[in-house]
Design a protein around this ligand. Sequence first.
Ligand code: PLP
Length: 453
Amino acid sequence: MVHNEKVEGLRIEEWKTRYPLLHKMMEMDEVFWTNPSYDEIAKVTFSVTPEEVKDAEERLRRFGSFIQEAFPETREAGGLIESPIVLINKMKNYMGSRYELDIPGDLWLKCDSHLPIAGSIKARGGIYEVLAHAEELARKHHMLQPDSDYSLFASDEFRELFSRYSIAVGSTGNLGLSIGIISAKLGFQVTVHMSADAKAWKKDLLREKGVQVVEYLSDYGKAVEEGRKQAEADPNCYFIDDENSKRLFLGYAVAAKRLKKQLEEQQITVDEDHPLFVYLPCGVGGGPGGVAYGLKLVYGDNVHCFFAEPTHSPCMLLGLMTGLHDRVSVQDFGIDNKTEADGLAVGRPSRFVGKRMEDLLSGVFTVADEELYALLRALRDHESIRLEPSALAGMPGPVRLFQQEAGRYYLEKQGLTEKMQKATHIVWATGGSMVPENIQEVYYAKGLETQGK
Ligand SMILES: *Cc1c(COP(=O)(O)O)cnc(C)c1O
């Protein structure tokens, strides 16, 4: 066992004394943690600036004409890659009986599971980073004028340029899918380094699109490391670094202002008396981190963001709680990083994201795999929405907030206890619309096994 080994100079037993929650985490039990460093917005320094997020929004707008030409399903939205929000009252009722709690406030689902092009939250960050890189190359080769129409990016001339460059990425599946699809469309040579958790259908789909897929028997960290090595050896290869990328982060952050517009269209108020709670599934951290960061820029103290992780892969929680960030992995504490939630099967968190979220994140909770399947089945039964297991991780959030002592204490401390009837809860559904039918059925069947729990 690992118990006598040291992590960053301290024995595991000493870490457990400092952070008693580790006892349950190491048992792989569900936990709910609130962030002691969470601070009011006036005291926070935003090291990624609002201007940088705005710049990313504008870049995506410029690419609208290319996107709608390359991906006709985005035409109606003018080439905007965006997903709807849906009120899920029936699911709320189901949860009410499953967990014996009437959730105060409204429950919405943000359907990034149904984002065009890649069917997951990775259609935000992944596509953005590839577009930013393509724009940079086109500028370098003097192929863009200040007033160029970006449908040029679909031309043979641009494809020829990009065919001389390559892109590499390490992924548990969905990032590879998103980057593989957009890169192949632009004409890049793409290599996706896939961890052992990546599902076979994701690899098959990429190969169909002409993407080179390299498979590893170990976890996500290894896939990233190999991708990085390959790229370093080739000056024409651009590596998308999921563990450190600011561009990915910015692509995700753009979601916030778009969500604000959607909430306004639904006449949902977010202010001091109407708090917004957002529950985001977390792997290495980039997706949920970018979105949450963007939301804090838009809504400040009135939004409360929680990350959700599998009980077997609580890497961001471990990194934030101990302050060790990427200097620690769940495996260091004997936690196995084996989960059916493939998109979240990450053992070591992003330092970049951890540092950005240190004082902005309200908390993190963990969810057992069986719970993900039961909720997957229920969401399909009650709302006819199909997700992949990872995408359900946020769902228990609104219940945990009220049922866990740490959650109630958080509400009390923030002066929110009396305001919760007017709260809006958004569960961020991060993937699922591209899952093949037969695999959906397997997921659904697994949900039945745990439904009676
Ligand atoms: C990647 C992914 C996440 C989490 O994003 P990270 O950037 O890895 O934290 C959540 N859900 C799904 C379905 C994903 O593919």
